[in-house]
Design a protein around this ligand. Structure first.
Ligand code: FAD
Length: 385
């Protein structure tokens, strides 16, 4: 059996590795000549880590991950600890650690595992067709490719999604802008083994350790869409939005490199009921675009990859049947993740400021039990438990 995989990001490469592991031949086609991941780092929660372990990347992943052992929320103005707790009860309960990793390292790890030379770069798909006995992809340069099935992992702006689901989707602006990047670890900012988040005014600032003595930082600010801001204005924009915030936040703003700081308007897409048409399956952001508020978009793409490969391997009523079973397993799961993230997004970013203030007040009484229970529920809902 042979599969065409469209997209060489987290989803496409995880899928290609998973399919190959199950004995399915794969050809990966990626639109750009060189992948430059959007965003500096991501947190891979234990559900995603288990998928990468299953795909044979247990050891290399550990070399990329930062030692995130504690979690803490701090008051934005006085730097007072609202809550601080160990992540170990979560790790013990689900049987795996979370690993925050730099995106460039993750992309390189996936490419190394699959084989750089096995990816065909500069191949932008423009259309796909599904027949009774196969699929065909047509590329911008006129080239066509045929196989038994096609995995559309071409991201949130997918060129294939509307063909699969039968209508055009709108991306929904979530109401806030995220700036992110990497800085050298400085314990004057926060402990090196902790995920530290300052919250107030519906905004947040966060630091997570990744390998190489670096903190992944991000700033979130509720703002209208389409402001005239970019890298050149990043530092002064952040100084203005975080005026009056505690010293570590000011120090962090002074330490960022605006040239490598990303500014992203955060969107999601209403969850889809359909992920499959004939022999074509949507995977990763092409099938479910979420706000990053529970850090699960990339993890869900890894889950998709594992479930797709397992479903094809364990069923024998044909490819269309196996893909429908993939859809049945994944549609409810990813809907749950997208809606959970949306809810968290609204509380964190002051959609209803009363509710956000109630959350800030709750954080002073948080022992970790409630937050970790929520994370556990999300994690064990993944395909590998
Ligand atoms: C600010 C931010 C923070 C995030 N934090 C986290 C986190 O902490 N944890 C987490 O799990 N997730 C996180 N995510 C989500 C995560 O980044 C995405 O879910 C993940 O990158 C999706 O991977 P993908 O492969 O589906 O899509 P993409 O990474 O977008 O890859 C799609 C690939 O397809 C290629 N492509 C596009 N169109 C075509 C075409 N027509 N033909 C061929 N190739 C094409 C693109 O060039 C790209 O390489 C975050 C997202 C954001 C924005």
């Amino acid at each position: 059996m042979k599969a065409i995989v469209i997209g060489g990001g987290i989803g496409g490469l995880s899928a290609a590795i998973a399919l190959r592991q199950c004995g399915i031949e794969t050809d990966v086609y990626e639109a750009v000549k060189q992948i430059k991941p959007v965003g500096a780092a991501i947190s891979i929660w234990p559900n995603g880590v288990k998928c990468l372990n299953w795909l044979g990347m247990k050891e290399p992943l550990r070399k990329l991950g930062g030692p995130m052992e504690y979690m803490s929320y701090r008051d934005f103005r006085h730097n007072q600890t609202m809550t601080r707790f160990s992540l170990d009860p979560l790790v013990q309960s689900v049987g795996e650690r979370p690993w925050p990793v730099a995106r460039a390292g993750l992309q390189e790890m996936l490419l190394t595992a699959y084989g750089h030379e096995a990816v065909q770069f500069g191949k932008r798909v423009v259309s796909v067709e599904s027949f009774a006995d196969g699929v065909r992809a047509t590329f911008e340069d006129g080239h066509t490719a045929e196989a038994d099935l096609l995995v559309a992992a071409d991201g949130t702006h997918s060129a294939i999604r509307s063909w699969v689901i039968g209508y055009q989707t709108e991306r929904r602006y979530a109401g806030y802008v995220n700036w992110n990047g990497l800085v050298t670890i400085d314990e004057d900012l926060a402990p090196a083994n902790q995920w530290t988040t300052w919250v107030g005014e519906g905004k947040r600032v966060s630091l997570m350790p990744v390998a190489g003595n670096r903190f992944y930082f991000f700033f979130d600010v509720p703002l209208p869409k389409g402001l005239n801001e970019d890298r050149t204005t990043a530092r002064s924009d952040l100084q203005r939005y975080f005026s009056g915030w505690a010293d570590p936040v000011q120090k962090l703003i002074a330490q960022i490199d605006p040239q490598t700081t990303n500014r992203i308007e955060i969107h999601d897409i209403e969850p889809l009921e359909t992920l499959v048409r004939g022999r074509v399956a949507l995977l990763g952001d092409a099938g479910h675009s979420t706000t990053p508020d529970i850090g699960q978009g990339g993890c869900a793409a890894m889950e998709d990859a594992v479930v797709l490969a397992m479903t094809l391997q364990t069923h024998s009523l044909g490819i269309e049947d196996a893909l429908l079973r993939y859809q049945e397993k994944r549609a409810w799961r990813v809907k749950d993740l997208v809606l959970k993230a949306r809810k968290r997004c609204d509380v964190t970013h002051g959609k209803d400021m009363q509710e956000t203030k109630a959350w800030y007040a709750d954080l002073y009484h948080e022992t970790g039990d409630r937050i970790l229970a929520g994370m556990r529920e999300t994690i064990v809902g993944g395909p590998l438990g």
